[in-house]
Design a protein around this ligand. Structure first.
Ligand code: 26V
Length: 816
């Protein structure tokens, strides 16, 4: 419950009008929507700031442990609506808006979306912040304040075009700059050994300094006074030093200093497909982890005094994948070089203080830095890594005597590279996976050798999503319906959505549920017409695949199936099926050629279908441009069938799958990632499972028991669709040669069809036929859909965060 007074509608109205007057010198009638948005955001912000100050005081008084959640990505989405919701002020704001003659939706759309993330990893971090604050856990998210977020995507002539995302152009209403909490970060330079005090002291000289300045963004807990903070570090050049250097005539050097500071936080790297050791990215990672670690130490000293040995009792660092892993050697450096710790004491503090989550088993995504780059850009960090590696290998030698190859595979430094995942497993107290299956794969495969020597470190905590944003905010219609049926207990205890099960076959409830879905479909179609001049007939089933474009996610399987359906329609005048609108939302990494070809292919299939007079009565393909958090909020509540069709073992968890389920979509999916747990939660009769299982996929990868060409030869429909890929049916002959070739022959000596698209094609087609049969029976379909919403409570990130806290962080909730 909240103690801090919330505004009533009169106060809200008064505040909006007076802010317009004071900040813009205009009346409500004269104000633009942008100005009104700013006045409303400012009003909400006033309320939040009171709580923020109170939270800081409470944390200080209670002297509890604090979590620092480090991530290079936080995909927060828009804040205004979510803040109003979490303040429990939706009704008050709505009334105030009505009385002022304003439309809340129009104003909400004025907020630019901070796209500071690529996909699942960044969005998970954002859901975690919402749940942390809601559960009154003292936490700070730490990241980079990128000037340009993930690119804006347009589709032109069926192909992806990237445009810059200038989200900060009109300022950010939510951030508070904190120049007084800035730190200096040192890059490059060389090491000098200093024995003048009798002990060895390592000194970095001739380095390039950059100032890290934080901007804090509040994260409001639901119906509580707790407000946590997302701290975004931004780079500044240290002007004094610049001027001194200019004075000394070192123009070049001075400009270099300025240059690094200017480019450091410019852009978020848009790659989520393969690792590339770019030197600027290394600097970005060090920049924000060093700033964060320096802050953690300063905050500890401020609150608990100068002796840092108790640090692990008061602070825990969680690193979201390996990207912030330099926090480990940076903490070692500060404790030893600046605080006089011995190696052993420093190592003991660090290894009791840092925990790590792995988010992918894809080898090509694992972070590895060339040793030469690390040595040149961060010489002291590199030196510390060398010593950490030496000590680690000594220990491993005892566990695995003589097994050089095995030890090289576990080492931090090997074959000229720094292996961040090995650093993270070896020097953190906890390594966890993001679903049960993914946790098992980490133990039996990715980190099997580590699991052999330190099994107690490993755990699996299944991801979750905040039901506040993904159900209450995105789907108000379903939210009211659920509340009418079972009350609002589920809002605070989402597993109580289960109480809906007793209504799944209730005719009246089913009718209302169908009505909500129909409204959401209409809303989506109108939104699509406005944003990309392409709507759909709301009587069509909405079938959605929305996620980053990656070969392992198999958008190609979906598109190839559409081409087969097209052929069935075109070749047989009597063929019918329940009409479907198939929507794709997916950004491809700009350098990922194959992914961009798949986008082109999807659009080419869509065009072919649209041009056929009978096919377009049963099928429609929409490529939703610029899939992002706000698009997902419109798309997901309207979806009836959710495509979660990755090659088993490849999708660590998936979180979109959970959002669709919560909104009453049925899933067609493989037993991969968290789909496995969704299947268990909802029961096999309420989900469409198909395709090779994880152990079968592993056997294929090991034994080469599968020949893609067999499917091509045996399955006539597949053969025809694949031939159409290259014969000019879809585009200029040659356009999709590469896709064809990879499916049938493989490339670079690798296996044909490495993601098993053809292997799973038959079983996917059969699952889709079951979908169609069930859709023709609305009672059955609705009963299944309701069961999905009812069983989705487990996938609330509130449960995930509670588990992290119990197993890893051990934080005490703030007492109000
Ligand atoms: C890979 C790379 C490699 C190159 C550079 C930076 C980078 C950034 C992201 C990635 C993708 C792998 C990490 C990731 O996003 N994993 C996703 O994490 C979700 C949250 O745990 C999970 O639901 C998805 O299944 C998983 O793909």
């Amino acid at each position: 419950m909240q103690k801090y007074a919330v505004y009533d509608k009169e106060e809200i109205k008064k505040s909006i009008v007076s802010k317009l007057q004071r900040h813009n010198g205009c009346s409500l009638a004269e104000a633009t929507e942008k100005q009104i948005y700013n006045a409303v955001a400012d009003t909400v912000r006033d309320q939040i700031m009171n709580k923020l100050v109170a939270t800081r005081q409470a944390v200080k008084q209670q002297k509890g442990k604090q979590l620092y959640y480090l991530s290079v990505e936080f995909l927060m989405g828009r804040s205004l609506h979510s803040n109003i919701l979490n303040l429990c002020e939706t009704a008050e704001y709505k009334q105030a808006f009505d009385e002022l003659g304003l439309n809340l939706q129009d104003i909400l759309h004025e907020e630019p979306e901070p796209g500071l993330g690529n996909g699942g990893l960044g969005r998970l971090a954002a859901c975690f912040m919402d749940s942390l604050a809601t559960e009154d856990l003292p936490a700070m998210g730490c990241t980079i304040r990128y000037e340009y977020g993930l690119f804006r995507q347009r589709i032109i002539d069926g192909q992806q075009v990237e445009l810059p995302d200038t989200w900060l152009d009109n300022g950010n209403a939510w951030e508070v700059p904190k120049p007084e909490e800035s730190f200096e970060i040192r890059f490059g330079g060389r090491l000098e050994e200093d024995w003048s005090s009798g002990d060895l002291h390592v000194k970095l000289v001739d380095y390039t300094p950059v100032i890290a300045m934080p901007y804090d963004m509040p994260v409001v807990g639901y119906d509580t006074d707790t407000v946590d903070v997302l701290r975004m570090w931004s780079a500044r050049s240290p002007r004094e030093i610049d001027l001194k250097r200019f004075g000394e005539g070192q123009y070049q050097k001075a400009l270099e200093v300025r240059g690094l500071a200017e480019v450091l936080c410019k852009v978020l790297y848009p790659e989520d497909d393969h690792w590339a050791g770019k030197s600027l990215r290394l600097n970005q990672h060090y920049f924000f982890t060093s700033a964060t670690v320096q802050y953690i130490i300063a905050a500890y000293k401020r609150d608990f005094g100068p002796d840092l040995h108790g640090l692990p009792d008061k602070a825990v660092i969680h690193i979201n994948d390996t990207h912030p892993g330099l926090a480990i050697p940076e903490l070692m450096r500060i404790l030893m070089d600046e605080e006089g710790f011995s190696w052993e004491d420093a190592e003991s503090v660090v290894s009791h203080m840092v925990a790590y989550t792995n988010h992918t088993i894809m080898q090509e995504a694992l972070e590895r830095w060339p040793e030469d780059m690390m040595r040149a850009q961060l010489p002291r960090i590199y030196q510390i890594l060398q010593e950490m590696n030496r000590r680690l290998c000594e220990k491993l030698w005892k566990a695995y005597p003589g097994e050089w190859n095995r030890i090289a595979g576990m080492a931090i430094l090997a074959y000229g590279q720094v292996h961040m995942a090995n650093l993270c497993v070896a020097y953190t107290f906890s390594t966890n996976g993001v679903s049960q299956l993914h946790g098992d794969i980490l133990k039996r495969s990715t980190f099997a050798d580590y699991y052999g020597v330190m099994p107690e470190k490993f755990s699996a905590i299944t991801n979750g999503i905040t039901h506040r944003r993904w159900l209450m905010l995105a789907n108000p219609g379903l939210t009211s319906l659920v509340c009418e049926a079972i009350g609002d207990g589920w809002v605070k205890e989402p597993e109580r959505l289960k109480e809906l099960l007793k209504y799944k076959d209730d005719a009246a409830f089913q009718e209302n549920f169908a009505q909500v879905k129909a409204d959401n479909k209409r809303r989506l179609s109108q939104w699509l017409i406005l944003s990309q001049s392409d709507g759909f007939d709301p009587s069509f089933m909405v079938d959605t695949q929305a996620k980053r474009l990656h070969e392992y996610k198999r958008q190609l399987l979906n598109a190839l199936h559409l081409l087969v359906l097209y052929n069935r329609i075109a070749d047989d005048p009597n063929f019918t099926m329940p009409p479907r609108c198939v929507i794709f939302g997916a950004k491809a990494s700009p350098g990922y050629r194959r992914a961009k070809q798949i986008i082109h292919f999807i659009n080419a299939v869509g065009r072919l279908i649209a041009a056929h007079p009978r096919a377009n009565k049963m099928l429609k393909v929409i490529f939703l441009e610029n899939y992002c958090v706000s698009a997902a909020e419109v798309l997901i509540p309207a979806t009836e069938l959710s495509e979660q069709i990755s090659t088993a073992t490849k999708e660590a968890s998936g979180t979109g799958n959970m959002k669709f389920m919560m909104n009453g979509a049925l899933t067609i999916g493989t037993l991969d990632g968290a789909n496995v747990e969704m299947d268990e939660a909802v029961g096999r009769e309420n989900i469409y499972i198909f395709g090779a299982r994880a152990h079968e996929v592993e056997a294929i990868y090991q034994g080469g028991l599968y020949q893609a060409s067999d499917v091509f030869e045996r399955n006539q429909e597949v053969r025809k669709a694949m031939t159409q890929m290259i014969d000019g049916t879809l585009a200029e002959p040659g356009t999709f040669n590469e896709l064809y070739h990879s499916l049938l022959f493989g490339e670079h000596g690798g296996m044909a069809d490495p993601y098993l698209v053809l292997k799973d094609f038959g079983s996917y087609t059969m699952a889709q036929e079951r979908v169609n049969a069930d859709y023709l029976n609305p009672q059955k379909w609705l009963s299944m859909a309701i069961a999905n919403t009812a069983c989705s409570g487990y996938f609330s990130s509130d449960r995930t965060i509670a588990e992290y806290n119990e197993k890893i962080w051990r934080l005490d909730p703030i007492e109000w």
